[in-house]
Write a protein that binds this ligand. Structure first.
Ligand code: CMC
Length: 430
C-alpha cells in the first residue's frame, strides 16, 4: 500500500520520513501514525484531513458527487437492487446469487421478533418520549437478552448480531411509535417484505389491519437503501470508536444511534420539516435565506450542505426523483410543504452564497418531505435513518474487528489549560 514517502521538517528535529499510502480510489494519504514516537502529534478538530482507518466498504468522491458501495454506484443500486440485497452486499462484499439472497432474506425474517420481556421496557418511558430516546435505550438493552451473539472475536457471533440488529430495528422502531400513541404493539408479519413489514407494524391496528400501499413500500425501501451506509460519518465513527474498546455490538449500535440523533447529522430530516413549517409560506423564503447567510445568526438552511459533497449529493438526486414519484402516485402535487421545499431549493441553488460555498440539498432535504407525504410522523424520521444505517454501522464494526489494524481508538489533544500549580487549602482561597 505504501509506495512513496513524504518528508516532514520540524524545527529542532531530524527530517522525518512519512509513508504515503495509496488506496484503490481517492487521494493519497500520509501515514502519520509513527509521529508519536518523535513526540509529535497532528491537530485536526472535526477530522477534516484525517483518515482514522482503511476500509473496503464505501467510497465517496465529494467533488464529483460519487458514492460507491463495494464498487457499485448508489444510483445503480437504487434503480436495480433493493435494501436487503444492499445489506447483503455491504456485509459480504459481493452481491448475492439467488440462493444466497433467499437465504439472507429468510434469515432476516427469522429474527424480526423481539424477546417478549423487552416489551416491558417501553412502559418505563413517558408516552411523550422522543422515539430516538427509546431506540437508544432498547437497542442497548438487547445485549442483556442475546448472550449468544456477544463474543466479538467469534465471526459467527458477529454475523448473528448483525442479522438480529437489521431484523429487529423495524420492530423496535414501530413499537416506539405505537407506544407514543398508546396503541398495542403490532407483531411482525413475515409474509411481508422488509419495508411492508415496517409499515404494517407502524400503521396496523388489531381491529383494522393495514395493507401497505406498494408505491409507499417501494419508496420506503428506497429510503432505506439510500441511507444504508456512508463511509466514516459521525455515527459510524462513533460505532467504530465504541467497538474499538471491545464493547458488544448492541452497545456500539446504541452509541451510533445517539451520535446520529443530532441535527447536523441524522436529525436533519426532522429539522427540515420543522424549518419548512416555520417558514410557512413562499413569501417568507427570502427572509430565511437572508438569515442563513447572516454570520451573526446561527440559523442554517437545514438539508443543505455536506462535509464531503461539494457537488450534488448523489443520494439526493435519487431521493428527489423518488419524491416526485411518490407525490405523483399519491396525487398530492398541491402539498404546500412540497411546493415550499421546491421553491426554497430553486431559490437557494441560484443564490451566490450557496453557489460559492457549494451548498447543495443533501439526502435529508428530500427524505423528510417523502416521509411526511406518506404519513410518517416527523419525530420518526431520524429513527428511520437509524434503522437503515444499522447495516452500515454493523458492517464497519465487523470490518474493524476482523482487521489487523484494530487498536483502541484513543485521540490525543493540544492541551491549552493551566500549567501545573500548587494546591491551595479551602480556608486560604478567595
Ligand atoms: N446553511 C447556511 N450556511 C451553511 C450551511 C447551511 N445549511 N451549511 C454550511 N454553511 C456555511 C457555513 O456557515 C460555513 O460558512 P463560512 O465558511 O462562511 O464560515 C461554510 O458553509 C462551511 O460550513 P461548515 O459548517 O464549516 O461545514 P461542515 O462540513 O463542518 O458542515 C454540515 C457540514 C452538514 C454540518 C453543514 O453543512 C450543516 O450544518 N448543514 C445543515 C444540516 C444538515 O442538513 N445536515 C445533514 C447532513 S447530510 C446527512 C448526514 O450526514 O447525516
Amino acid at each position: 500500500m505504501a509506495n512513496d514517502s513524504a518528508e516532514l521538517r520540524f524545527p529542532g528535529k531530524d527530517p522525518i520520513s512519512l509513508p504515503i499510502l495509496e488506496g484503490t480510489l481517492g487521494p493519497q494519504v500520509i501515514d502519520v501514525s509513527d509521529l508519536a514516537r518523535h513526540d509529535l502529534f497532528t491537530f485536526d478538530p472535526g477530522f477534516q484531513s484525517t483518515a482514522a482507518c482503511s476500509s473496503k466498504i464505501t467510497f465517496i468522491d465529494g467533488d464529483k458527487g460519487i458514492l460507491l458501495h463495494r464498487g457499485y454506484p448508489i444510483a445503480t443500486l437504487a434503480e436495480r437492487s433493493d435494501y436487503l440485497e444492499v445489506c447483503y452486499l455491504l456485509l459480504n462484499g459481493e452481491l448475492p446469487n439467488k440462493v444466497q439472497k433467499d437465504d439472507f432474506v429468510s434469515n432476516i425474517r427469522h429474527h424480526t421478533m423481539l424477546h417478549e420481556q423487552l416489551s416491558s421496557f417501553f412502559n418505563g418511558f413517558p408516552r411523550n418520549s422522543h422515539p430516538m430516546a427509546i431506540l437508544c435505550g432498547v437497542v442497548g438493552a438487547l445485549s442483556a437478552f442475546y448472550h449468544d451473539s456477544l463474543e466479538i472475536k467469534n465471526p459467527a457471533h458477529r454475523e448473528l448480531a448483525a442479522l438480529r440488529l437489521i431484523a429487529k430495528m423495524p420492530t423496535i422502531a414501530a413499537m416506539a411509535y405505537k407506544y407514543s400513541l398508546g396503541q398495542p404493539f403490532v407483531y411482525p408479519k413475515n409474509s411481508l417484505n422488509y419495508a411492508e413489514n415496517f409499515l404494517h407494524m407502524m400503521f396496523s391496528l388489531p381491529a383494522e389491519p393495514d395493507t401497505p400501499n406498494p408505491v409507499i413500500a417501494a419508496a420506503m425501501d428506497k429510503i432505506f437503501l439510500l441511507h444504508a451506509d456512508h463511509e466514516q460519518n459521525a455515527s459510524t465513527s462513533t460505532v467504530r470508536l465504541a467497538g474499538s474498546s471491545g464493547a458488544n455490538p448492541f452497545a456500539c449500535i446504541s452509541a451510533g444511534i445517539a451520535a446520529l440523533w443530532g441535527p447536523a447529522h441524522g436529525g436533519a430530516n426532522e429539522a427540515v420539516i420543522n424549518m419548512l413549517t416555520e417558514i410557512g409560506d413562499v413569501s417568507r423564503i427570502s427572509q430565511y435565506i437572508a438569515r442563513a447567510k447572516d454570520k451573526n445568526d446561527s440559523f442554517r438552511l437545514m438539508g443543505f450542505g455536506h462535509r464531503v459533497y461539494k457537488n450534488f449529493d448523489p443520494r439526493a438526486k435519487v431521493m428527489r426523483q423518488t419524491c416526485h414519484e411518490v407525490m405523483e402516485a399519491l396525487q398530492i402535487h398541491d402539498n404546500p410543504l412540497f411546493k415550499l421545499a421546491l421553491k426554497l431549493e430553486e431559490i437557494a441553488l441560484q443564490d451566490p452564497y450557496f453557489i460559492e460555498k457549494k451548498l447543495y440539498p443533501n439526502v435529508d432535504f428530500y427524505s423528510g418531505i417523502i416521509l411526511k407525504a406518506i404519513g410518517i410522523p416527523t419525530n420518526m424520521f431520524t429513527v428511520i435513518f437509524a434503522m437503515a444505517r444499522t447495516v452500515g454501522w454493523i458492517t464497519h464494526w465487523n470490518e474493524m474487528l476482523g482487521s489487523p489494524e484494530l487498536k483502541i481508538g484513543r485521540p490525543r489533544q493540544l492541551y491549552t489549560g493551566t500549567l501545573e500549580r500548587a494546591f491551595v487549602p479551602l480556608e486560604q482561597r478567595n
